[in-house]
Design a protein around this ligand. Structure first.
Ligand code: SF4
Length: 268
């Protein structure tokens, strides 16, 4: 099943989208089949230490905090993001966690953000575009169906780019991991670019993330347990079938795999 899209002019509710997209697709349990390890690659930042693949993420985060004291953490509060957030606090991060409200988030995602904010009062949770809705005029309410790249560019990438231009951090803490999708198979711990991207979880598998979340009783988005292994906006997210990459449910059938924050011309 691909993501459900309404007829022209018709806007589904998040509840309708969740019900239709999860129907018959929920996984039986958190853990799915292990993935084969992949070789290192990508554009490693030359100023970073040569971290071995088995390096503890805490060591990578501590290096980032020392090398880039202005480091900032964007998050959408997926499993990876929740684990990274907890590790970052343990490593001493006391900065901002920046979330973009596109207007199309599942209520469960917003509730997860609020639970995390209550759990980690030492962090500053920033919501850009707070209170956005499909009908707020930022885009046509169903632009996601006709041109999801344009919708992401306006509703997700641009607000964060504007914020980062103002804050000007030298580095970003990011929760991507190699086994999320083939497009992420080569990300290094520390990635060169206009801003350094620090990816402490690059080598952690989904199974490792799930085990960490369970061990520390982290507030994982409840949709995860219904097979939504990567959760974005409700019109563009479906549950994942057993054996699929965690991000296979994002923009399914739309020929799109990334929102544009981490890949493409407008990447952070
Ligand atoms: S994920 Fe979908 S609804 Fe959300 S900003 Fe991108 S195209 Fe629009």
């Amino acid at each position: 099943m691909t993501a459900t899209h309404p007829a022209p002019g018709e806007v589904l509710t998040p509840e309708q989208a969740r019900s239709e997209q999860a129907q018959g697709q929920a996984t039986d349990a958190l853990t799915t089949e292990p993935r084969a390890p992949r070789e290192a690659g990508g554009v490693t930042d030359a100023s970073a230490p040569a971290f071995a693949p088995g390096t503890d993420p805490l060591e990578v985060i501590r290096w980032a905090l020392a090398a880039h004291p202005d480091v900032l953490m964007p998050s959408a509060f997926n499993l990876n993001g929740v684990v990274l957030l907890d590790l970052a606090v343990r490593a001493g991060y006391r900065g901002e966690v920046v979330f973009v409200d596109t207007g199309y988030h599942f209520p469960e995602t917003l509730q997860t953000r609020d639970r995390l904010a209550a759990r980690y009062p030492e962090l500053t949770f920033v919501t850009l575009n707070a209170g956005a809705s499909p009908d707020d005029g930022q885009t046509d309410p169903v632009l996601y169906a006709a041109d999801p790249d344009a919708c992401c560019a306006v509703r997700k990438v641009a607000p964060l780019q504007r914020y980062l231009k103002d804050r000007a951090p030298s580095a970003l803490l990011n929760a991507r991991s190699r086994d999320q999708a083939s497009t992420r198979a080569d990300i290094p711990f520390v990635e060169a670019g206009a801003r350094v991207k620090v990816n402490p979880l690059a080598h952690w598998t989904r199974e490792r993330l799930e085990a960490y979340a369970a061990e520390h009783d982290l507030p994982v988005n409840p949709l995860y347990f219904d097979g939504f292994l990567s959760i974005g906006c409700w019109p563009c997210t479906r549950a994942v079938r057993p054996g699929e990459d965690a991000r296979a449910g994002r923009w399914a059938g739309k020929g799109k795999t990334e929102c544009g924050l981490w890949a493409g011309d407008g990447k952070l």
